[in-house]
Design a protein around this ligand. Structure first.
Ligand code: ARG
Length: 375
């Protein structure tokens, strides 16, 4: 989002006034004067590292769709605004993945890159989707990533081994050129799913990656926009087991899980879908736990969200929320957000959607892109 200088000035004032008040800092007048000077001379201004850190944390605190906001103050914000070259960006993304994973004790982390940098993948780790020759409607992999996979192929990706869980290369744009980079195995931590008492579930060969790192949203702070600011926390098991692996237009695994569990799938009234869904959630929590990888469950995270609301109320701030995103897709009425309602309008600092290149049919994959680089 690009603002006119007066709008940037207003947003800068609003942001800095809020930050100085929250942290009881002195010197607001002087800082606002310096920002005003910089704006009138250059048309923009520069946040210092503390301001960027505060902005990143408050962007998380303000994210109306996120139920995991209790830990917003623990977010580590890496100031990488001096990093603008492909190789260096890629190296820092690998470091982000390894440091955020932290041996399974996942730590919330955001890496903010310099001007002209963008990552076109929606998350750092995403699985490819392959259409089957002769059966265009049947897909191996994650159907959510069909258009992205096609676009990466047009950019020169040769494709992976063809499993249902092939990790896609990263499309990193810098200085107007897009290049592809392959993540090294140590950056891609995954958990294979097993069920505590049904071995047949493990035979389905299901897995998921440990870290959700959203990489295509911009960070909006004080009237400034950072197009490349990937951030990560940890999963709620419902994201994996009640959506990614379960949705009919994603991995669609409930019928297979139902059969593995020996359920009667011939009639809806046996509620085999619901039973398979619960057991797939059990399997996900069990497997992450056994692998020593942090994950939370929908009961705990919603209780934590209520605690976040209480803390925000004590701080005199209103919690905005998108209720349909805050309730879990499994047993929502058993959680303490079910009976609540929230105003949805989001405030800055925040994250904003950027239009994906790979959805634009007019976008020739070669525009500004050099043929192929596997980093
Ligand atoms: N729902 C997304 C996924 O399944 C991840 C969104 C971010 N989630 C998180 N726990 N930080 O990949």
């Amino acid at each position: 989002m690009t603002l006119t200088p007066p709008a940037v000035q207003r947003e800068a004032e609003r942001f800095l006034t809020g930050m100085y008040a929250e942290h009881a800092l002195e010197g607001l007048e002087a800082r606002l004067r310096a920002v005003g000077d910089e704006l009138s001379h250059t048309g923009t201004y520069t946040l210092n590292t503390e301001e960027l850190r505060h902005g990143g944390r408050v962007a998380w605190r303000n994210s109306a769709r996120c139920v995991g906001r209790l830990y917003w103050e623990a977010l580590e914000v890496r100031d990488l605004r001096h990093v603008t070259a492909h190789e260096e960006v890629f190296a820092h993304l690998c470091a982000h993945l390894e440091d955020a994973f932290h041996g399974g004790h996942l730590r919330p982390l955001m890496s903010v890159f310099g001007p002209g940098v963008r990552i076109h993948n929606p998350q750092l780790i995403r699985y490819a989707a392959y259409r089957q020759p002769g059966h265009p409607e049947s897909v191996v992999g994650d159907p959510a990533n069909l258009a992205l996979t096609d676009w990466l192929r047009r950019l020169g990706w040769a494709g992976g081994p063809g499993t249902a869980f092939d990790v896609l290369p990263l499309a990193i744009e810098a200085g107007g050129r897009t290049r592809l980079f392959t993540l090294p195995p140590q950056a891609v931590q995954e958990v294979a799913l097993t069920h505590p008492d049904c071995p047949a579930v493990a035979e389905l060969g299901l897995r998921w990656h440990a870290l959700p790192v959203i990489s295509d949203m911009s960070l909006e702070v004080g009237g400034l926009s950072f197009a490349c600011a990937p951030f990560s926390g940890w999963y709620v098991q419902t994201e994996i087991a009640a959506r990614n692996l379960a949705d009919a237009d994603r991995y669609d695994q409930l019928p297979a899980v139902g059969r593995a569990l020996g359920l009667d799938t011939s009639r809806e009234r046996t509620l085999w879908r619901d039973r398979a869904l619960v057991e797939l959630n059990v399997a996900t929590l069990h497997s992450f736990g056994a692998a020593g990888v942090k994950i939370t469950d929908h009961h705990t995270v919603t209780r934590h969200f209520r605690r976040f609301e209480e803390r925000e109320a004590r701080a005199g701030r209103e919690v905005r929320g998108r209720w349909s995103w805050l309730i879990p897709p499994l047993s929502p009425a058993t959680t303490p957000v079910w009976g609540r309602s929230y105003r949805a309008r989001e405030e800055a600092p925040n994250f904003a959607h950027q239009s994906p290149r790979w959805l634009d049919p007019e976008e020739p994959a070669s525009a500004g892109a050099c043929p192929f680089h596997a980093g």
